[in-house]
Design a binder for this molecule. Structure first.
Ligand code: ASP
Length: 341
């Protein structure tokens, strides 16, 4: 079994070809599409399949908001992606709890936190955004809202994820330690399942033909987390932020660190001040490292950004963070530059 956070292995793997898309370094990026050329970007290798779903909407002149919802739903429904939606790894008590957020070009946003039993939390987040005066619903209340609005209750714990959790239980000390995230993200002792095609949160950003940006972010969060833990992904500004005048950003990695600096909002503000997306992500990662240089030696956080003109880029603390891009002229997976090599 591959470890989910084995940076050394994953860094080596980023030099190989995946599907039709060749991995390229940041400097090899294709030219920036002209304004209003649709484009979609998303985190990790599995973003490529999700982007294809989003492209069915974007490529036909559809709205970025519809595209990102359709795109991330593919990852949510895929049981082989053990970090998102159905088949996601459970918390340490065996419950699959999901976080998701969505945001459009008009600062409309919605999110769900610690939602159980619903395959598509992103659609619940969108419904909260569109049908209620609120932005976020959590836990049992979020579930009741979903069930009252036509979502179906189901068991999200697949036999594979249940088995991985039981294996983890054999070794786990099962103590809510302060340093639980360091243990989970350690390079040497990484108990988290999931191969190089099976990484982390999906954050997706899209620009449509009308020149509008939207974003979506959905995850099962840290595997074997304490029950009730909420990460950065459903926190507007932390795991996801969209401002049509500046750009959009999303994140993956240790959510606690992203929340501490409201990371995606910071990336967007750096773009507003004139930085290119990759530089905006880099400056944000440097902020994390400045705040806690010791912790950042062992954890991973990656940011992905899309400007209002369709330029894109990412940057991470550790090597191994990848993102997928789809437009009418490219379909590729890129390896983001990182602070540590
Ligand atoms: N950011 C997610 C969280 O903290 C986890 C991840 O992306 O791996 O919940």
């Amino acid at each position: 079994m591959f470890s989910r956070r084995n940076f050394l292995k994953s860094a080596a793997l980023t030099s190989v070809m995946v599907g039709a898309g060749k991995r390229l370094g940041a400097r090899d990026r294709t030219p920036v599409p002209a304004k209003n050329n649709p484009i979609v970007v998303s985190t990790w290798d599995f973003g490529k399949v999700a982007n294809a779903g989003a492209w069915n909407v974007l490529g036909n002149g559809g709205r970025a908001l519809d595209a990102v919802e359709a795109g991330v739903k593919i990852a949510e429904a895929d049981p082989s992606v053990q970090t998102v939606g159905y088949g996601g790894l459970p918390d340490r008590d065996g419950f699959v709890t999901l976080d998701a957020s969505i945001m459009d070009e008009n600062h409309n946003c919605g999110s769900v936190m610690c939602l159980e039993h619903i395959m598509h939390p992103i659609s619940v987040a969108r419904m909260i955004m569109e049908k209620t005066p609120h932005i976020a619903l959590a836990g049992e209340g979020a579930l009741q809202f979903a069930l009252a609005n036509g979502f179906t209750k189901m068991n999200l714990l697949t036999p594979a994820s249940e088995n991985d959790w039981k294996e983890w239980m054999k070794k786990a000390r099962y103590i809510p330690e302060k340093n639980i995230e360091n243990r989970l993200y350690s390079r040497e002792d990484d108990p988290m399942p999931g191969g190089p095609e099976n990484h982390d949160t999906i954050g997706m950003l899209a620009l449509d033909a009308a020149g509008n940006l939207s974003g979506a972010c959905t995850t099962s969060g840290l595997a074997y987390k304490i029950h009730g833990r909420v990460g950065d992904s459903p926190i507007i500004g932390a795991g996801l932020y969209v401002d049509n005048e500046a750009g959009a950003a999303t994140s993956s990695g240790v959510g606690e660190e992203v929340m501490r600096i409201v990371g995606s909002h910071l990336v967007v503000e750096y773009m507003r001040s004139g930085l290119a997306p990759d530089m905006a992500c880099k400056k944000t990662v440097e902020r994390l490292i400045k705040i806690n240089p010791e912790k950042c030696k062992t954890i991973q956080v990656g940011f992905l950004a899309l400007s209002r003109n369709g330029a894109y880029g990412g940057y991470s603390i550790q090597p191994g963070f990848t993102y997928a891009v789809k437009s009418d002229r490219t379909e590729q997976i890129f390896k983001a530059n990182s602070y540590y090599q």
